[in-house]
Design a protein around this ligand. Structure first.
Ligand SMILES: [Zn+2]
Length: 276
């Protein structure tokens, strides 16, 4: 199935890429097979990736500040209504995308590795695209100063990247999890400095008021109050997971500590391309 046909006059700035190796729906990798006459960044044969969105309005405040993912009119790569039909993302055999929403993948990195990495090892560029929402809070002057004590809640794909980026920014990192069997992975494989079981009341109590920020990657229902308690005054709880149900929020601890709870989605194209 072809998502959209080959570039025509309206698509002079667009790139078509094959989908032979992509496996996922919202973030995809492939080889450029055609380019429009005005395409400047890509040529046929390039290895490229497309993240969660394939278009935005290009004129709102978010778009002009390189935060297209926050554009009210952004178009998701899969399952969205587009001007000429529905976006099928990784379900399609080929896709035509404006070059603004495409990133290069280095020649030395096999697409199979990138694609497999998205599911298994959760490494490489696809993950950077998928999980740039983790990078964003760390680089928006929220939590990016070396020496900060950062908590990472949950150790799935998002949590892995949160630990790696927080360590790269020079933070002291504590992984907070409900699973004791994640400790070895957190400490030995990812380089976290400490590991905290969220049901361990004694250790949770001992950690109260010690974290500058927390990146909460958990999408399952979970209480926020214990996490708020772990923050120092002025600390920030950054939600990057997406629980489906409304969460209970105790406001008083926020008032007393001037603490903040914020959300963060994926990064814009400029931020994502920085890691090319
Ligand atoms: Zn916009």
């Amino acid at each position: 199935m072809s998502l959209r046909s080959s570039p025509d006059e309206k698509r002079m700035g667009h790139v078509q890429l094959s989908a032979s190796t992509w496996k996922y729906r919202h973030e995809i990798v492939g080889i450029v097979t055609k380019v429009g006459s005005k395409v400047e960044k890509f040529k046929v044969g390039d290895k490229v990736g497309v993240g969660y969105i394939i278009d935005s309005c290009r004129s709102c405040q978010n778009c002009t500040e390189n935060l297209e993912s926050y554009c009210p009119q952004h178009i998701p790569t899969c399952g969205a209504k587009y001007r000429d039909g529905i976006t099928y993302g990784g379900y399609s055999d080929s896709i035509v995308v404006d070059e603004h929403f495409i990133v290069h993948i280095p020649d030395g990195l096999p697409l199979e590795v990138v694609a497999v990495g998205a599911v298994e090892a959760r490494v490489c560029l696809v993950q950077r695209m998928q999980h740039s929402e983790v990078v964003l809070p760390l680089t928006l002057k929220w939590l990016d100063k070396p020496g900060l004590h950062i908590g990472v809640v949950g150790l799935g794909g998002l949590g892995h990247m949160a630990v790696k980026f927080a360590k790269a920014f020079g933070a002291n990192v504590t992984v907070i999890s409900t699973s004791p069997n994640k400790e070895k992975e957190a400490i030995e494989h990812l380089g976290a400095d400490s590991f905290l079981i969220s049901q361990d009341q004694a250790k949770m109590q001992a950690t109260m008021g010690t974290l500058d920020g927390i990146i909460d990657t958990v999408s399952a229902d979970h209480p926020l109050l214990p996490l708020i308690g772990l923050l120092k005054s002025h600390g920030k709880l950054v939600m990057v997971g997406a629980p489906m149900k409304p969460m209970e929020l105790h406001v008083f601890p926020l008032l007393l500590g001037r603490k903040m709870i914020v959300g963060s989605f994926i990064g814009g194209m400029k931020g994502t391309s920085r890691y090319d």
